[in-house]
Design a protein around this ligand. Structure first.
Ligand SMILES: NC(=O)c1ccc[n+]([C@@H]2O[C@H](COP(=O)([O-])OP(=O)(O)OC[C@H]3O[C@@H](n4cnc5c(N)ncnc54)[C@H](OP(=O)(O)O)[C@@H]3O)[C@@H](O)[C@H]2O)c1
Length: 311
């Protein structure tokens, strides 16, 4: 039998790394799917990242269906987009709107049918709507934990499941979900939010594997902090509004840049995208490779942020 030398192993490892690098370069160079006339549904399109996604997909020529709870705010977005189209090189379309509350289980099926009636089918569903939470688990009512799950998890999966049969029949479709770095790691005082995003990651990873055979793509996008009103709109342990623009959120990424990354993920059919700086990215690896250190860092962060209740 031939002896395996250290040099041989090194050569094999280098060849493997080369093949991997080539594969990554080729997938990046792959021409992106065209979005001209594609039917793109965006939830949470009235503000923040959803509104920016509406801008970039509109400019790319997509036929948009914008969703949210507030008809007037959605109409305002439609007007802004329509006004911005004048002089555009791309052929653009006036967006449609569908108003519904993702946390209201009884309305989601009806909303899905209304969405389908807009253009007869859906090419891309961008499940973006969400709510955040700030609070200590000891002081948080279980109903708040449930409410956050309804908006961030049960509502989006109910909408996805209501739209999927039409995608399966057409053997085509793309489901994009805006998760968070907190879908990969859990940080203290964000229990409801991190739990809902972890559940989101798991559900859409299962979905990806199950529907690939029908030509349906699934992308999970996990951004770090984005400069939006997410923390202002967050709920606290007693269900009241947090109402504060956190420093991290205020210093977060420009939502317009994140929206461009969502567009790129759709064009390249990326499966899992983390949009975060070096520290959160390192933390994600640490959680898997060195969990003891990660847990220590999280408990010291919790101690710094809040004194124990009996102190
Ligand atoms: N900002 C960040 O730092 C950050 C980081 C990572 C991930 N994300 C994720 O990015 C997504 C967008 O958030 P954002 O930062 O753009 O915050 P945002 O400005 O507060 O936008 C949230 C959107 O969700 C909609 N929404 C909230 N509850 C809803 C419900 N029950 N039914 C239907 N729509 C609902 C809101 O619309 P209406 O109030 O008009 O209904 C609003 O358009 C969320 O999934 C969030 O978790 C944000």
């Amino acid at each position: 039998m031939e002896r395996v030398t250290a040099g041989g192993v090194l050569q094999l490892a280098l060849a493997g790394a080369g093949v991997l690098l080539l594969f990554r370069i080729l997938t990046r160079l792959r021409p992106g799917a065209s979005l001209q006339d594609a039917v793109v549904v965006i939830t949470g399109a009235s503000s923040g990242l959803g509104k920016e996604c509406a801008r970039v997909f509109h400019a790319a020529g997509a036929r948009l269906v914008l969703c949210g709870r507030d008809a007037a705010r959605l109409q305002q977005v439609v007007q802004e987009l329509t006004a911005s189209s004048t002089g555009s090189q791309q052929q653009t379309h006036i967006p449609s709107t569908v108003v519904f509350d993702l946390a209201d289980r009884d309305t989601v099926d009806g909303a899905a049918q209304e969405i389908l009636r807009c253009h007869g089918h859906v090419d891309v569903l961008i499940s973006n709507a969400g709510i955040s939470y700030r609070g200590n688990i000891l002081d948080t009512h279980i109903s708040v934990q449930r409410d956050v799950m309804e908006t961030n998890y049960f509502g989006p999966i109910a909408l996805t499941q209501a739209l999927l049969p039409s995608m399966v029949r057409r053997r085509s479709g793309h489901v994009v979900v805006i998760s968070s770095v907190q879908g990969k790691i859990a940080i203290p005082f964000r229990s409801a939010y991190a739990a809902s995003k972890h559940a989101t990651q798991a559900y859409f990873d299962c979905l990806r594997a199950e529907v690939e055979r029908y030509g349906i793509h699934v992308s999970v996008i996990s951004p770090g902090y984005i400069r939006t009103n997410l923390s202002v709109n967050a709920v606290t342990g007693d269900g009241s509004k947090y109402g504060v623009l956190d420093r991290n959120t205020a210093q977060g990424r420009d939502p317009a840049h994140v929206a461009q990354a969502v567009l790129k993920a759709v064009r390249q059919r990326s499966k899992d995208v983390v949009l975060a700086g070096p520290l959160p990215s390192l933390a994600i690896y640490l959680r898997t490779l060195w969990p003891a250190l990660f847990f220590k860092l999280m408990s010291s962060r919790a101690c710094k942020e809040q004194k124990p209740k009996d102190e």
